[in-house]
Design a protein around this ligand. Sequence first.
Ligand SMILES: NC(=O)C1=CN([C@@H]2O[C@H](COP(=O)(O)OP(=O)(O)OC[C@H]3O[C@@H](n4cnc5c(N)ncnc54)[C@H](OP(=O)(O)O)[C@@H]3O)[C@@H](O)[C@H]2O)C=CC1
Ligand SMILES: N[C@@H](CCC(=O)N[C@@H](CSC=O)C(=O)NCC(=O)O)C(=O)O
Ligand SMILES: [Zn+2]
Ligand SMILES: [Zn+2]
Length: 382
Amino acid sequence: MSTEGKTITCKAAVAWEAGKDLSIEDIEVAPPQAHEVRIQVYYTGVCHTDAYTLSGKDPEGAFPIVLGHEGAGIVESVGEGVTNVKKGDNVVALYTPECKECKFCKSGKTNLCGKIRATQGKGVMPDGTSRFKCKGKDLLHFMGTSTFSQYTVVADISVVAITDKAPMDRTCLLGCGITTGYGAAVITAGKGGVEKGSNVAVFGAGCVGLSVVQGAVRNGAGKIIVVDINNSKKAWADKFGATDFVNPNELGGQSVQEKLIEMTDGGCDYTFDCTGNVHVMRSALEACHKGWGESIVIGVAAAGQEISTRPFQLVTGRVWKGCAFGGVKGRSQMAGLVDDYMTGKLKVDEFITHRQSLDKINEAFHDMHAGDCIRCVVDMRA
Ligand SMILES: NC(=O)C1=CN([C@@H]2O[C@H](COP(=O)(O)OP(=O)(O)OC[C@H]3O[C@@H](n4cnc5c(N)ncnc54)[C@H](OP(=O)(O)O)[C@@H]3O)[C@@H](O)[C@H]2O)C=CC1
Ligand SMILES: N[C@@H](CCC(=O)N[C@@H](CSC=O)C(=O)NCC(=O)O)C(=O)O
Ligand SMILES: [Zn+2]
Ligand SMILES: [Zn+2]
């Protein structure tokens, strides 16, 4: 029996309040309105940003909410006026939408689309309302995607169709972590990616950091130095093609920036913060080469946290920049990433260290904090 045009009751992991476990609930998901798409979510990754918002440290975090933003699934139905995807398409949800017509999209300078950012940040659909209800209460949407529900509704500009040949338990990870790190290295850094032979340091060897390493390898970087406080990450760094590993806690009196400057004859051409720690961000900037070194902030830091350095660091030519979703334009560039995955040019499977079913999604959050987890994929149908 078709569910088109009807409210669907399904399971979802609801965050009722900050700092508490998610609760598996039956929720009602309303049909998609004009320019909206209802997706049956098959798989979702759990990203540190979900944990960050759940912790209560996100200034935009509000509750109750359906978190999750790293999801793949199949379009169940579309609202009026939707032309970019159709019922039955395999899709990836995009927390960085691409309308192709706003000032940002047309600028050619950024992947940040401005069309629905304000409502997305408030946890509602572009018309200002929610499609989720539980126990008579509206639930908020998260990052325009809310993939911790078996069905979700997203704006049509927040979804991209991909080949049905690609396994969804892998493509879900292209919805955030892998794309973010890889894009930061091949799109955001420099003038279109790190150049061949350049020296790179990656702070934090999680899914995002290892994806930066993957991008740096792809672009033929010289030294690729992974910096992490967890020695077990050395094996991971090696696996993805890093040339060196530094544990900042094992440098005696030397600072990590001094160590990296020493290792690279004056400093790195590119550094990436993939930790979300503002002190690490400072080290990453100061480890850059005088005159041209660029540091890219990817990590998300809590409300109230600020970065600082001596302005002299910038006066003498180091550059601080950052990116969301790696600078990748989801609707235009996702198919290329999926192709790269399917043809063996982009590692994805290698990031999956843990798997859980929806009813065990809180375990996925615990896995994430355990130190041996790169990504946990949650099967939303189990
Ligand atoms: N800008 C964007 O678009 C996106 C941003 N993010 C953000 O990127 C960050 C990384 O995400 P993810 O890869 O999933 O996170 P992970 O926690 O998996 O990776 C972070 C790594 O950094 C290590 N680390 C922690 N402190 C330090 C330190 N002082 N020096 C060096 N390494 C350190 C951690 O070690 P340990 O294992 O010991 O904790 C861990 O290996 C998060 O802040 C996340 O919110 C994520 C996706 C998109
Ligand atoms: N509400 C948060 C925003 C945190 C943030 O920067 N998010 C990234 C994506 S992180 C993915 O895992 C992002 O897309 N930023 C651009 C944006 O427009 O939000 C906060 O205020 O800290
Ligand atoms: Zn994420
Ligand atoms: Zn736009």
